[in-house]
Design a protein around this ligand. Structure first.
Ligand SMILES: [Zn+2]
Ligand SMILES: [Zn+2]
Length: 345
């Protein structure tokens, strides 16, 4: 995988003149103390609530606020955002994810039928090239329903619609703007075998054969994703999806989960994936704190971009074997050192 390209979320911490106000920009507020720790230090990391005017250190908030948010900001007391538990009812979950069970898949999993086919046709195994693996769904259907329900809860609570592919909306970058040939330094082309694995993953998701992943809520990290079964090195975890837009349209966005899709060196043609309206589990996978060795050790995924049939796509892939119960992390700064991660736990 020597030619692979990592990628990163493309946010920048921007200086703002308006709300949310930071204490250092408000010399008329001399006695503001953080509601969490009681201290009045680190003024440049203190956010002021736009409703109650109380102060909070960005690093004292849970989940931690990694960057100064765009627009107005409300403290945890003023922002009522309770978790909307999605009902664990099969028909509701099937509707939510628009699952289509094919008659063939009713008794045999797609993965198993493919394995059988492979065994009978191909005797030549290449050991030179490391191939991507499709994920292995959990066999227990009730467990899969729980995994899907956990994602439905996270999406509903975040006000995000489920989507499993890149979307091109009117007023944003058109599909024709996604030309991997524009990538500065070139983009690796996905091999035929890897493409088959990616397509298999997507076909499995469509039929409700879900990756063994659970979205959990952590008071420190917010929604985060953990492995709900063993995941082998090089397994495709998910594609990073959402609305595709030009970076120049998003430079004023809060968008703390924007992901670089195509990096041309020019903000008018560089594309980002914005999962704020439509997305899948990728938007809930957390970044490591890459300023500490502990943070680096936690990293078990990598972001990789490929040219797939003339379209740039971003995948999250396991970079080692992952045990059941382990949380998933990748490096937001794998490509550009722009995302502030030094407060991540
Ligand atoms: Zn504090
Ligand atoms: Zn408040």
């Amino acid at each position: 995988m020597a030619a692979e390209q990592s990628t990163g979320r493309s946010n920048r911490l921007r200086k703002r003149t308006q709300a949310p106000r930071r204490l250092d920009q408000q010399p008329s507020y001399p006695n503001i103390f953080c509601e969490e720790c009681g201290l009045g230090d680190c003024e440049n990391e203190m956010l002021l609530c736009d409703k109650c005017d109380r102060g909070y250190h960005m690093y004292c908030l849970r989940p931690i606020v990694a960057r100064v948010p765009a627009g107005r900001w409300f403290c945890p007391n003023c922002k009522a955002d309770p978790i909307k538990e999605f009902p664990l009812v099969q028909t509701k979950i099937i509707d939510f994810f628009r699952i289509q069970r094919s008659s063939q898949a009713a008794h045999t999993s797609l993965l198993e039928s493919r394995k059988r086919r492979k065994r009978s046709t191909s005797l030549v195994v290449s050991k030179k090239k490391r191939r991507l693996l499709p994920f292995t769904p959990c066999r227990d259907q009730a467990r899969r329903l729980q995994q899907m329900g956990s994602l439905a809860t996270a999406l509903t609570t975040s006000g995000v619609e489920f989507s499993d592919k890149l979307t091109y909306m009117p007023g944003m970058a058109p599909r024709s703007a996604n030309r991997p040939a524009l990538e500065k330094g070139g983009m690796q082309i996905m091999s035929r075998e890897d493409k088959a694995s990616l397509e298999l993953c997507q076909a499995m998701c469509k039929e409700g054969e879900w990756p063994p992943l659970l979205v959990v809520f952590d008071s420190c990290e917010g929604f985060t994703v953990e492995a709900d079964g063993c995941i082998k090195d090089l397994t495709i975890i998910t594609e990073y999806v959402g609305d595709v837009d030009y970076l120049k349209n998003r430079e004023k966005d809060e968008g703390d989960s924007m992901m670089t899709l195509l990096s041309t060196g020019n903000p008018s043609t560089t594309l980002v994936v914005c999962p704020d309206k439509r997305s899948n589990i990728a938007r809930f996978i957390n970044g490591i704190n890459n300023h500490t060795p502990e943070g680096r050790k936690k990293q078990n995924l990598k972001c990789v971009r490929y040219d797939v049939d003339g379209q740039a796509r971003v995948l999250l892939v396991a970079i080692r074997d992952i045990a059941k119960g382990e949380r998933l992390y990748y490096d937001y700064n794998g490509y550009e050192q722009e995302y502030p991660t030094h407060h991540f736990v």
